[in-house]
Structures are given as C-alpha cells and as structure tokens.
Design a protein around this ligand. Structure first.
Ligand SMILES: Cc1cc2nc3c(=O)[nH]c(=O)nc-3n(C[C@H](O)[C@H](O)[C@H](O)COP(=O)(O)OP(=O)(O)OC[C@H]3O[C@@H](n4cnc5c(N)ncnc54)[C@H](O)[C@@H]3O)c2cc1C
Length: 415
C-alpha cells in the first residue's frame, strides 16, 4: 500500500473501498486553463473547499493526485467528533475570551455541517448521529474528562459523564472506568462521504480532476500557476489541502505537520448475539490513552478497531498485531471472528495540537493538521469564501502559518 498518491493511485484494500458507492468521474487535467480558485488535494478539506467556493459562485478547479478520498478522508474511522483537541478554557486562555469562544463555537458546530451536507445532498454514507463516547482508561484521565464536561456544560452543551456500568453498557466492554458522552458526535462511511462531497462539489459547478498531481506551484501574472504532468491551472487563489500526504510541493508546509500512520482492522459480520452486546445503540468511541484506540460497529455488523502504529503504511499483517490484540482485549467474545480487512492511512498531527489553517503567501492558503479529528474539522475549516475574520491563526505562528500583515488573525472561513 503506497503512501504516495503520485506513485500509486490505487485505493487500499479497505472495508470502505469494498462498500462505497462508485466514484464520480474525475478525468485527469488536460492542457492549460485558468480559474478563480485552484484546490490541490481531494480529501475532506479540498472537497469541502471546492464545494463551498463553487456554491458561492467561484470558478473552481480541484486537482487530486489519485482520486477524491484516496488519502485519510477515504481511510479513516468515520467518527464525527466535535471540538478540537484543546478544550474551551485552553482556547480562551490562548486566544482571549472572545476569540477563544468563537473557535470553540466553530469547532463544536463542525459535526452539524457534516450532517447537514449529508442531508442536503442525500449523500449515501450510512450516517448516524448516536453520539461519541470518550472512553476513560484511568483515574488521571477521568479528572480531565470531568473538567472537560464541565467546560462544555458551562457553554451550554449537554455532555454527560457515564459511570463504569453506563459506559460498559454502551460500549459492550468492561475495559473502561468511565466515559464522556458527546451527543454531537456520530459516524459515517468515510469514503462514501468523500465521494458524495465530490459529487456535491461537481453539482455546484466545481471541476474535479483525478490522477493530476500538482508537481509545483509558481507565481504567475494571474496569481499562481499549479502545474501537473498533463496540464496547469492558473488561479488568483490556491488552497493546498494535501495534509499528511504533503510532500515537497511547498516545503515549509510539510515541516509544520507530523504525519503518523493509523491502522485499522475489520471483522466479518458478527452474530446477532454479539451485535446486541457490542456498541448496541450505535455509539462510536475512542479512548483517552495517549496512543488511543478507536472502534465502531458498521451497519452490517462488522467491528472495526483502529489505533496508531510506528511503522510506515503497509498491508503486512504483522504490523497490525497490536490492533488485533486491542480488539481481542476489548472484546474477548469477538476474538473468534474472522478478520477480513486490514488497512492504514496517514494522519497529520501538530506540536501544539491545533490545526494549521492559514496563509502561506499572498493568495495561497493551506488547511490541515486536524490531529485525528478531521472528519468534522476538515469539512468545516474551508467554509467558503476566502475572507479575513477576526479569529486567531490557529496554532503558534510556524513557518507555514504566520500572522496576517495587519496583525489581525487569518482564518479560512468562507461564508
Ligand atoms: C486510519 C485513520 C483513521 C482516522 N480516524 C478518524 C476518525 O475516526 N475521525 C476523525 O475525525 N478523523 C480521523 N482521521 C483523520 C481524518 O481522516 C483526517 O483528518 C482527514 O481525512 C483530513 O482530510 P484532508 O482532506 O485534510 O486530507 P486527506 O484526506 O489526507 O487528503 C489529502 C489529499 O491530497 C492528495 N495529494 C497529496 N499530494 C498531492 C499533490 N501534490 N497534488 C494533488 N493531490 C495531492 C492526496 O492524494 C489526498 O487525497 C483518521 C485518519 C486515518 C488515516
């Protein structure tokens, strides 16, 4: 399984690739053309950007090295999670109460946008909104979760602490001492959602090109020229959405992100008896460990468990041993189930746990680094039209995201 979409455009042999509706036609770019906005990368960030910009009337061309959803967007655990890794009080302390509040509101409402888009465009991706459970593995984590619940409750969000019995009943495992239930969360089939977003972007007027890797981006009279092997796009604005698959296209961008590999396994469909015990009400969950585990039950009754690993992306089975061990220790009753799918993908982490969303130069932007929460945040971050609003640049200024010229903050909020 390649981690470079320029070398192999084939999707991994994942459960999502096996069950998603067919991909929309996205022929390679042929020849030279111009547009108002050129989006590079067709994951959730790029597709949402293309959709919202086209909806707002902009002429948009998206170039994707492989096909929409080839990267993390089409490989992830499908968990729709509200909020950033940093808590509301942290954001207030870091950015001041007013701007911290706006960030908290944005990040908290990101799942609404996901489920609204799915409803509006009839995207067939098995979406459900039963809630996300942050499963607590120890006493220190419990104190943090209680504090987190308090912070969101103080801001009017009905998060609920679950005791040992309650979390055990919802997850169907005795592995956790407590849980934090967030009703804003949910699940979707990620590749199906990515393909649905691609179709929505096309219907809104955006042109999407697959198998069109951007090799370089140069200044040009009209703004920027994005060159691929089979053509180029000259555009006033460029948005780089290559996230953990960023290579040397814009070297400073790659240095602001830490790509890590996340592995998943999926069982065969489980018996009705097991399905009645494991995640019986459709919740999804990830735990509070630093190297977290995450798990869900699919509509056809397959248990999917994932977690990080040290190795590079690969389908070699021995690299999945720790995930299989997690599945067996969480759900010993399911340990006899055949494992039918093994796949992995790249997540972008950041040192300060904040996404990197900002301006790389005049008219050229990037969005990424969602720290494993990109299903909601990557959909939300490029809400379109490009404009400045009074929000902080997310994250400490890095080589990739620097404060705007006037000292005001830059955020890619496109309304
Ligand atoms: C295994 C796994 C499990 C995860 N689980 C969850 C979860 O349950 N919940 C959650 O919220 N988040 C999860 N994440 C994170 C989430 O998937 C990402 O945050 C999200 O997909 C980021 O979307 P993106 O569009 O920014 O990047 P990506 O989806 O990675 O898209 C980047 C795209 O850029 C393309 N590209 C790269 N270079 C070029 C180039 N030069 N020219 C053109 N195109 C290029 C790639 O082909 C790729 O399609 C998980 C990630 C992984 C890998």
């Amino acid at each position: 399984m390649s981690n470079d979409p320029r070398k192999s455009a084939t999707l991994p042999n994942s459960l999502w690739a096996a069950t998603a509706p067919a991909a929309p036609a996205c022929p390679p770019l042929a020849g030279d053309r111009s547009a108002e906005l050129c989006v590079v990368g067709g994951g959730f960030t790029g597709l949402s950007a293309a959709y919202h910009a086209a909806q707002a009337g902009a002429e948009v061309v998206l170039v994707e090295a492989a096909e929409p959803g080839w990267g993390a967007a089409g490989r992830n655990g499908g968990q729709v999670i509200a909020g950033l890794k940093l808590d509301p009080d942290d954001l207030d302390r870091r950015f001041g109460e007013q701007r911290g509040r706006r960030l908290t509101d944005f990040a908290g409402s990101a799942p609404d946008l996901v489920f609204d888009l799915i409803a509006k465009h009839g995207i067939e991706c098995d979406a459900r909104r039963a809630g996300w459970v942050h499963a607590v593995h120890g006493r220190a984590a419990l104190r943090l979760e209680e504090d987190r619940a308090r912070q969101w409750q103080a801001r009017g969000v009905a998060l609920e602490m679950l005791d040992r019995q309650e979390v055990s009943a919802l997850l169907g495992t005795d592995a956790y001492i407590a849980g934090l239930l967030d009703p804003r969360g949910g699940w979707l089939q990620p590749l199906a959602y990515a393909r649905g977003l691609a179709r929505a972007a096309q219907a809104a007027g955006a042109t999407l090109h697959g198998r069109s890797p951007a090799d370089h981006i140069d200044r040009s009279a009209g703004g920027w020229k994005v060159s691929t092997p089979s053509g180029s796009v000259t555009a006033k604005q460029v948005l780089i959405c290559t996230n953990a698959y960023t290579n040397g296209l814009w070297p400073r961008l790659a240095r602001s992100l830490i790509p890590v590999t996340s592995f998943q396994v999926a069982t065969e469909p489980l018996s009705n008896e097991l399905r009645a015990r494991i995640l019986p009400k459709g919740h999804v969950s990830s735990d509070t460990r630093r190297l977290l585990k995450y798990f869900c039950m699919t509509p056809e009754g397959r248990l999917v468990v994932g977690g990080r690993g040290n190795a590079r992306e690969s389908e070699r089975r021995e690299l999945y041993a720790h995930i299989v061990a997690s599945l067996h220790s969480l759900y010993p009753r399911a340990s006899g189930a055949k494992l039918e799918y093994f796949w992995s993908g790249r997540v972008a982490l950041t040192l300060d746990h904040l996404p990197k969303i900002g301006e790389l130069g005049p008219g050229i932007w990037s969005g990424g680094g969602y720290n494993g929460r990109g299903v909601a945040m990557a959909t939300f971050s490029p809400r379109m039209r490009l404009r400045r609003v009074d929000l902080p640049t997310l994250g400490r200024p890095t080589t990739a995201t620097k404060p705007a010229r006037n000292g005001a903050a830059v955020f890619l909020v496109m309304r």
